[in-house]
Design a protein around this ligand. Structure first.
Ligand code: DAH
Length: 340
């Protein structure tokens, strides 16, 4: 019954009120329950808010004292609520940590293990070739896939007006750069950075705007090679190419040289190998054009060299008898797993 006397009693029986509300806070054990309790005690219609209003009915001399006491209780309850909420949150986080904890040092279970990836066949052969070249004193270099026109064409003796540009359908970027159409761009970067004598190979991805079919892909791999030294001539070129092919195929390969035209070499050749009853075009090469040397500040009367552009994708296709170049980029697991 809400009589004057009961109001006075509830407002004055403050220590009882304090004990009971703090007990409520102490037993609430979730953040939600505590928030709910906060509303029930301190909200607009909350028990303590209500008690504060009821103080008005007390005689003036009691009112002040009771008001102060009630304010203290409110502060105390607020603090108790905040503490409990914080400790519930900490407990919840700890429980989550415990349940999500994994021991990364434990051995991997068998099912996970079988789904581990394998090296792509292109990567495998590329690494093999890098080793072969390192053993012959070559250094493996790298260059950007988005290239400047200068490195991809100009410095390789292919000026803008040169018809050879039409041989390589180029993908240009809007800022006037391009996706390198061949790894030959790395020749120039190497010549700029390294002092002759030098031997480098530069494997990498190349891009052309191609009509796609079983032997043409917009993305393919080459490995550029270059050796600059004194008195380098065609016999040196042939020696290295034959040795390379012997290492790759495991035995001496029958080869033939045909004239080939590439503006950055003079003379230029197509080196074909006899493979499974037919000639296979695999290794375009030649003696580095003096203009290429000169444009990188190398005195071509002192230094000469050879260069080659091994078709890495084509080599891998030959070696594993892959009949469609598009498998390389297909991400098809049935293809990839064959090289596990
Ligand atoms: N960069 C040429 C291409 O992609 C291939 C090439 C030919 C590279 C002759 C060479 C070379 O280094 O000497 O068509």
């Amino acid at each position: 019954m809400d009589t004057d006397s009961s109001r006075v009693e509830s407002a004055t029986n403050l220590s009882g009120l304090r004990g009971s509300v703090l007990a409520l806070v102490a037993v609430a054990d979730t953040e939600e329950a505590l928030e709910q309790l906060r509303t029930e005690l301190l909200g607009k219609k909350g028990q303590l808010t209500q008690a504060m209003k009821e103080l008005g009915s007390l005689p003036v001399e009691q009112r002040k004292e009771a008001g102060q006491a009630l304010n203290l209780i409110k502060t105390e309850v607020e603090q108790a609520l905040s503490q409990r909420i914080a400790s519930c949150a900490a407990e919840r986080r700890e429980a989550a940590l415990q349940s999500e904890w994994i021991d990364v040092t434990l051995p991997v279970s068998a099912p996970l293990f079988t789904s581990t990836g394998t090296q792509h066949c292109l990567t495998r052969v590329r690494r093999e070739l890098e080793e072969i070249f390192r053993s012959m004193g070559f250094r493996v270099v790298d260059g950007p896939e988005v290239e400047k026109e200068y490195y991809n064409f100009e410095a390789l003796n292919i000026p803008a007006t040169h018809p050879a540009r039409d041989m390589q359908d180029t993908i240009w970027t809007t800022d006037g750069n391009l996706l390198r159409t061949h790894t030959s761009a790395m020749q120039v970067r190497a010549l700029e950075r390294l002092e002759p004598p030098l031997r480098i190979v530069g494997p990498g991805r190349c891009f052309r705007y191609e009509r796609l079919d079983a032997s043409h892909e917009h993305t393919f791999y080459q490995m550029e090679g270059m050796m600059i030294d004194r008195d380098v001539s065609i016999p040196n070129l042939i020696y290295f190419m034959k040795r390379l092919l012997r290492e790759i195929f495991g035995s001496e390969q029958k080869i033939r040289l045909r004239p080939g035209y590439f503006p950055f070499v003079e003379p230029g050749f197509e080196l074909d190998i006899w493979f499974q009853g037919r000639w296979l075009e695999l290794l375009p090469c030649g003696l580095v054009h003096p203009r290429v040397l000169e444009s990188s500040g190398i005195d071509s009367s002192q230094w000469q060299g050879f260069a080659f552009g091994l078709g890495l994708s084509r080599l891998v296709m030959t070696r594993y008898q892959i009949d469609d170049i598009r498998y390389f980029q297909s991400c098809d697991l049935r293809f990839l797993k064959q090289f596990a």
